[in-house]
Design a protein around this ligand. Structure first.
Ligand code: AVJ
Length: 323
């Protein structure tokens, strides 16, 4: 009932080294948001989801709570749910329960980078859903999307949380094209996206009064200190979160408080920051229905249904191969 494939990636460390070197040698400097998430970073993100200012997690939960059955109906009552970045599958239970109640639940495929969490979640879920098959895939899904098991059953791929917003338009299109290639004519993608709204609420959501997001942002420097033997001084930087209303995305950076030199031993690299210099650590794109529709079209997908929370802050949409 439980099978877990582990695609341990010998290249991950080398890829990170290459990536970080390129980002620090670029101008302006930039780091990829996936490096936020070591154990401490994941914990800090959990705390972010509970902040009064950070609405997306609550909004998404509300949509799943209210509309799971409808979502599954539009998706043709799939028997397999594949979830990218499943983690502890907290929100997923709404979908699994609705599948069980509709009588279509057969297989859950959690895809996550953490082997430990995937094992634990799988064990919990087969307990909670008698008869459920869990076929976990431990991998970096950006690298190994194609390792997801194929099948002839009807499937829905869920990519929740708004993480698609971290990708630049070209990366996003490439990623959605790869998902489209995995979908059969009756399969669906369920995608979570944060929506465009006024600047004040967006900037507050990414610069909370308790300072948790600032800590989360600076934690990426601690990750580099740990994993690449760097000597970043976390107190030498401050958190910056600005809404770019032209690009319709949050632009999250670390700003150097003074001139400083940083040594990254593992890369045999020294980089200097000048006072006030900003290094981007994340973008978080905000969407409108129209924008998402054209993003889908660009990847060979078609918007089939659109669900928002009561306040209209966040959307879950269903897409299927165009044609
Ligand atoms: C996990 C990528 C969806 O963009 O809102 C939260 C990450 N960064 N606060 C987001 C995040 C700062 C989050 N995602």
């Amino acid at each position: 009932m439980i099978a877990i494939d582990v695609h341990l990636d010998a290249d991950a460390a080398a890829r990170m080294a290459r990536d970080v070197r390129a980002g620090l040698c670029d101008y302006p400097k930039e780091l990829a948001p996936k490096y936020f998430y070591d154990d401490r970073g994941s914990l800090l993100f959990e705390q972010i989801t509970e902040l009064p200012e950070y609405y997306p997690t609550r909004a998404e939960r509300q949509i799943l709570d209210r509309h799971s059955a409808e979502i599954l109906d539009v998706a043709g009552r799939p028997s397999t749910l594949i979830e990218l970045g499943s983690g502890s599958a907290a929100k997923t239970r709404h979908l699994l329960s609705a599948m069980r109640d509709l009588g279509c639940l057969d297989t859950y495929v959690p895809v996550d980078i953490s082997e430990e969490i995937t094992h634990r979640t799988a064990a919990e879920l087969v307990d909670e859903y008698p008869g459920l098959d869990v076929h976990g895939v431990v991998c970096d899904f950006e690298q190994h999307l194609e390792r997801i098991p194929h099948g002839t059953d009807r499937r829905m791929i869920a990519f929740l949380g708004g993480t698609i917003g971290n990708l630049y338009p070209r990366q996003r299109q490439a990623f959605l094209e790869r998902i489209a290639a995995l979908l059969g004519p009756h399969d669906h993608l369920l995608l979570g996206t944060d929506l465009v709204k006024d600047r004040d609420r967006l900037e507050a959501a990414y610069d909370d009064s308790a300072g948790v997001t600032a800590e989360f942002n600076k934690n990426v420097l601690a990750v580099l200190n740990d994993q690449l033997d760097a000597d970043f001084d976390l107190d030498g930087f401050e958190h910056v979160a600005r809404y770019d209303d032209e690009a319709e995305r949050m632009d999250i950076r670390l700003r150097a408080l003074a001139d400083q030199e940083v040594r990254i031993d593992e890369l045999d690299l020294e980089v200097s920051f000048s006072e006030g210099e900003e290094m981007r650590t994340e973008i978080s794109t905000k969407f409108t229905r129209e924008r998402l529709q054209s993003v889908y079209a660009g990847a060979g997908l078609e918007l089939r249904a659109w669900f928002t929370d009561a306040a209209g802050d966040y959307a879950l949409s269903l897409a299927a191969p165009a044609g």
